[in-house]
Design a protein around this ligand. Sequence first.
Ligand SMILES: Cc1ncc(COP(=O)(O)O)c(C=O)c1O
Length: 392
Amino acid sequence: MNNFRWPLIQNNITDGDKTALVKHIMTSDRFTQGEKVKKFEQEWSKWLGVKHSIFVSSGSAANFLTLSALRDMAGVGEVIVPPLTWVSDIVSVIENGFTPVFVDINPETLALDYEGVKKAITKNTKAVFLTHILGLNGLNVQFLDLLKKQKIPLIEDACESHGAKMGSKKVGSIGFASNFSFYYGHHMTTVEGGMVCTNDPEFAQLVRIKRGHGLLRESTDSAHLQKHLNNSKQVYKEFDFPVVGFNFRNNELGAVLGLNQLKRLDKNNAQRTLRLQRFLKGLDKKTYFTQYHTKGSSSYALLLQIRSEKSSLKSQVEKVLSDLGVEYRRGMSGGGNQLRQGFLKTRGIDIDPTKYVNTEQIHQNGFYIGNFPSLPMKWIDQLCKALNEVAK
Ligand SMILES: Cc1ncc(COP(=O)(O)O)c(C=O)c1O
């Protein structure tokens, strides 16, 4: 049997990226947040189709800042979240004083289920925090209409879905705010990094300030700056902290890398998408679930899900992956059902995870496998063949 040595993550930092980094190091004295960060934020906004982007130290930092700013603008209350997401989404909700209201996922989008969200909305709902999973678009018009009618802001976690689209709009440009991650293994990377994006000018300035310790002078809008100056208590204007803040800044080297990587993002995404299509087409539909809503998707990873009635095949499927040298993760995004994780109990949250049946199915029978633009199609075909053999 072949051993592909098929990694979960393939290095996406090219010689061209390295040359750009070296050029910056040799020709500039500026390494902390400066002009390159500003340029990357502008280019990213243009690519995504939003007015404002704020480059931060990670996707988790983007999650945290977004919820912190939401608290300042709307006060605390309930935030609807899925149990299938990354841990930082839920931690950001809780640690910013909100109550997480968990709603199960839709099996085809792997994102929050419309009917579940509709039922979970109350007069205390401050936001719906939706995660687009592994390159799939989790939104549709019906979903957006509901939130618009109820006047509930949508926060999109697009950390795994750079370039995925709903119709002609990129995910991350649709809601009130959105979050991206540029961690090493994602569609594009700044090694560590993230972005908060929005069309709302007040929210953008608030996030900008919060990113840099809560310092008012981080604001880039002079009218906003004047409005929030602390004139009453004699603080020094260089050290005016009007809001709770953190240090979640990124730096010039991250931005140089981001600017270079952004140039080839669309091209790479097209290759990733072809590979996901090939994989889903090649799998035996009686054994594996493949009916994902892939329209407009920009695959992050290959989605492998054993149908619930075939779950007894799990150990054999794992053996095939291991024997072929295919690195994989169980539970798909973030390791599956977050309601099974211990951290929730430390904050007094103890919910029966098995009530969320669609998330449970992913937890028990879902996997993801590395997908990258140069992944040989031949490997995908051979893997599908071996996976299909298991069921015979
Ligand atoms: C959906 C989602 N949100 C947030 C994050 C956090 O991003 P980071 O690793 O950059 O902190 C991740 C990480 O991969 C993620 O998948």
